[in-house]
Design a protein around this ligand. Structure first.
Ligand SMILES: [Zn+2]
Length: 847
């Protein structure tokens, strides 16, 4: 089923996404719109907490209808979420979702920023969020973004006055924005930033409200709207043949890892902004009213506005190059603007317009997708002018050395120039890596030392080429292009990839978590990947005390770049329970390497190669188990089956079509994966087989499913008795757990569960606990977040016929892959329950 979903997603957006990875090529309409934007000097910053929080309708409206410079500041990269399209979680999911936001912005025309805040998981209240984030640091990042972006208008997605009604990250984003609005203008606050930027006072702050925040449409209709701006955002753009909402839906659909594919809609739609601070516009349909958004806001800018206004009025869609003389004139004026912010911003815009009008295509392609520091590489450079404009390619230089290659080549209309450039990469060049992942993060924050990197969506590319062009023998335009790599794929055609600087070797553990369920030694395998031809070296494992490894070192030799070799170490665990981290160390000619490379490749984003420290967890457990054969019905995807295999279970995944009495009989227990009923439609026809299997003596364990998408739960007979799912969750992974059914088999057989088994959990305790159940169920545990009532629905078990039905919202899908010993013991007890009678003195405790 998961494969089917993958395929559908891949099919839907295939065509548009491949184009998204290629360099942008402007058509006449896009050039015209870029000129309109060049001639509009207003900006808006949208602020929320996660990738996918943003209102793409409003972002698209600001950018495409009003032509404002528009950006979305997402405080986090969404690392704590789940992934519907692949295996990336945590940091890697953060990289994927950062790229999905960039893909969304390429469609709706916005820019993208982030703070250093880490999406550590769900929190119910901003107090909890701001205790885990470093509040001052995140506030500093919001101020930094405001000072650099200089928005006239800030729009919060969430209400800063309603803590506890939504995710704590959401309310926190609004509270920090509310505070930063004033602090950004105060030179005494975060004054270190002023070495690189200047104070800035935005003019207005809004909250992007809607009926949803009022509880119902009815309440909203009745509400006092004197403080609300109200404007139409469903406009149709005839030049493009689409409505604003259609663009917004395409943009939103880039959040593919979150399953946010959405349909474009047409027709009128109203957007509401509640005024919070600054000066309220008199015209309540115009959020820029009273703000000078013309060139007259810039010293000596009027002349530029006049030139651009004329071009707009008489735009030649058949031959945009006819505007080049005027655009070059405007370029000259912009080049002389005193204000650094406006000069840099508008130069960037007008350079794009001039190259687009001239049909200039400039590209620097590396001869391989990656290289190592110290390598010599060859760049294939293409330069072509497709207009009658007199352009000379004066010189080419790279950012790595100042030496220019003098050329003085005239670029005649439609005559392609191919140039080869040899570049020696410095030995000191940094590896390509997401800048926020190069240092070990804290729970709530990424560590970034370089102030100038903070806020950026990606690490700037290491290698770029500057094309120095001379127009009409007088005006010099330096155009900078990142070096890229491209190749022809038989199925997809031309594929572009970023060019990367990588270490010569990388390693990857076969298993990120290795469970030793007894004292027996185990093989631990790694793959060594060459990122350079002909590498010879040795590899060893760095293990903590008590763990032993054989052999101490392994020699390897790999001939070709891209080739991998597997090496295997035999590891003996200590006799007692122990959780530790192991690291590989590769030595080549005296240099040491310890990085792992992970490729994130999807059609809707440029391929990402993520370099992170290579490490794996080793866990020595003292675990007993009963039963052997486990059936697993896969839901939204999790690593529970692999985890169970690690402790010696024989796990088979069961396809929905194979669920029948005969097939289920062979299993000692059947486990239903997270959200299986939510995403695998077919299961509703198979539920009776599962319940019958329990009746005949089997054990079924159902992990968390949700109630919230689209009202009714898809399966009527989820459990043999009354069981009502709720949105109860316990988000603090350290919250106290009390065992309320002390004598129950789940707490005693075959492993004795104690308080200690709830130590070391990650991210949360669990979610979507039932809050109502039949008397047949025994609740086993009680837990709650600070200040909340006890929740007893995290683990419920009921005998049914000769077997057992278990429902659990505990986050085993997080705890098992993280190697949490107590979670393994508890899960093993669930799987083993049918192998021993439950004691008769177990009390039934009502929820
Ligand atoms: Zn969110």
């Amino acid at each position: 089923m998961r494969k089917t979903i993958l395929f559908l997603f891949a099919g839907l957006l295939f065509a548009s996404n491949l184009i998204a990875q290629q360099p942008k090529k402007y058509n006449a309409t896009e050039i015209f719109e870029a000129i309109q934007k060049l001639n509009f000097l207003g900006s808006a910053l949208y602020i929320a907490a996660h990738p996918d929080d943003e209102n793409t309708r409003l972002i698209s409206y600001l950018s495409n209808d009003l032509k404002a410079r528009t950006a979305y500041l997402s405080l986090t990269r969404g690392d704590g979420g789940q992934n519907l399209i692949g295996p990336e979680l945590r940091e890697l999911l953060g990289v994927l979702r950062s790229e999905e936001l960039l893909a969304a912005r390429r469609i709706d025309g916005g820019e993208q920023f982030f703070s250093r805040a880490n999406d550590f998981g769900y929190s119910k209240h901003p107090d909890e969020t701001l205790a885990i984030w470093n509040k001052e640091a995140v506030l500093s990042d919001v101020v930094w973004t405001i000072r650099n972006f200089r928005p006239d208008i800030i729009i919060n997605r969430f209400d800063h006055r309603s803590p506890g009604t939504t995710h704590g990250h959401h309310t926190s984003s609004a509270m920090l924005s509310f505070e930063a609005y004033d602090l950004a203008a105060n030179p005494d606050k975060f004054s270190d930033q002023l070495n690189y930027t200047a104070p800035w006072q935005p003019k207005r702050l809004f909250f992007n409200t809607s009926w949803w925040f009022y509880g119902s449409q009815e309440n909203f209709e009745k509400a006092d709207k004197t403080n609300l701006l109200e404007f139409e955002i469903g406009n149709y753009y005839p030049l493009r043949g689409v409505s604003n909402n259609e663009i917004a839906a395409l943009s939103r659909s880039q959040h593919r890892s979150q399953g946010f594919g959405s349909m474009g809609s047409r027709g009128s739609q109203t957007e509401y902004l509640e005024f919070l601070k600054g000066d309220m516009p008199k015209d309540k349909t115009n959020l820029f009213e009273g703000i000078n958004t013309t060139w007259s806001r810039v010293k000596n800018g009027e002349a530029i506005g006049k030139i651009l206004g004329k071009i707009e009025e008489n735009f030649n869609f058949k031959d945009p190059s006819s505007h080049l003389p005027h655009l070059l004139n405007a370029y000259g004026h912009i080049n002389k603007i005193e204000d650094d912010y406006w000069r840099a911003l508008k130069l960037k815009e007008i350079k794009q317009i001039i190259t687009a009008c001239a049909g200039l295509y400039l590209e620097a392609v590396a001869n391989d997708v990656s290289a190592n520091p110290g390598d010599q590489i060859t760049l294939s450079i293409e330069a072509i002018n497709r207009s009658d404009s007199a352009i000379i390619l004066k010189s080419i230089s790279t950012n790595l050395n100042n030496s220019q290659q003098g050329l003085n080549t005239p670029l005649n209309n439609n005559e392609k120039q191919d140039i080869e450039l040899e570049v020696v990469l410095p030995d000191t060049l940094s590896y390509t890596a997401p800048y926020w992942l190069t240092k070990k993060a804290e729970l709530g924050m990424y560590m970034v030392k370089d102030q100038n990197l903070i806020g950026k969506p990606e690490t700037p590319r290491a290698l770029s080429v500057t094309f120095n062009l001379v127009f009409d023998n007088s005006i010099t335009l330096p155009i900078v292009k990142d070096v890229i790599y491209k190749y022809s794929d038989p199925a997809k055609g031309e594929v572009y990839q970023p060019f990367e600087i990588l270490p010569p070797v990388a390693t990857a553990f076969e298993n990120k978590v290795n469970i030793f369920s007894d004292a027996q030694p185990k093989d631990i395998s790694l793959k060594v990947r060459a990122v350079k031809d002909n590498i010879t070296g040795i590899i060893s494992l760095d293990l903590p005390e008590g763990w032993e490894v054989h052999p101490a070192v392994i020699n390897f030799n790999i001939k070709n770049k891209g080739e991998e070799k597997a090496v295997t170490f035999n590891v003996t665990p200590p006799s007692n329970e122990n959780v530790a981290t192991i690291k590989p160390l590769v030595r080549i000619n005296g240099d040491a390497y310890s990085g792992a490379l992970t490729e994130i490749a999807y059609d809707h984003i440029p391929t990402q190669t993520v370099l992170m420290p290579s490490e794996a967890k080793v866990v020595r457990l003292n675990i007993e188990k009963a039963g052997e054969n486990i059936g697993y019905i896969v839901g939204a995807g999790d690593a529970v089956p692999e985890s169970l295999q690690q402790i010696g279970y024989n796990v088979m995944t069961i396809a929905p079509e194979d669920i029948n009495a005969e097939n289920l009989k062979r299993f000692d227990a059947v486990v239903v994966g997270i959200r299986a009923y939510n995403i695998v439609d077919e299961l509703k026809f198979k539920q009776s087989f599962l319940l019958e299997y329990v009746k005949q003596g089997g054990t079924v364990i159902v992990q968390y499913n949700t109630t919230w998408r689209g009202g009714d739960f898809p399966v009527k007979n989820l459990a043999p008795y009354e069981l009502k799912l709720s949105r109860d969750r316990v988000t603090d992974e350290n919250s106290e757990v009390s065992i309320i059914a002390k004598n129950h088999s789940l707490i005693n057989f075959p492993n004795k569960i104690t308080q200690n088994d709830f130590n070391g959990w990650v991210q949360e305790r669990g979610l979507y606990f039932p809050n109502q159940w039949g008397a047949e169920f025994s609740p086993i545990l009680s837990m709650n977040d600070k200040g909340e009532s006890a929740k007893k629905g995290s683990l419920l078990v009921a005998p049914y016929g000769k077997g057992y039905y278990i429902y659990t919202g505990l986050s085993f899908f997080r705890e098992l892959p993280a190697g949490v010993p107590g979670a393994y013991k508890l899960f093993t007890n669930m799987l083993s329950i049918g192998k021993k009678q439950v004691k008769t003195d177990d009390k039934k405790i009502k929820g």
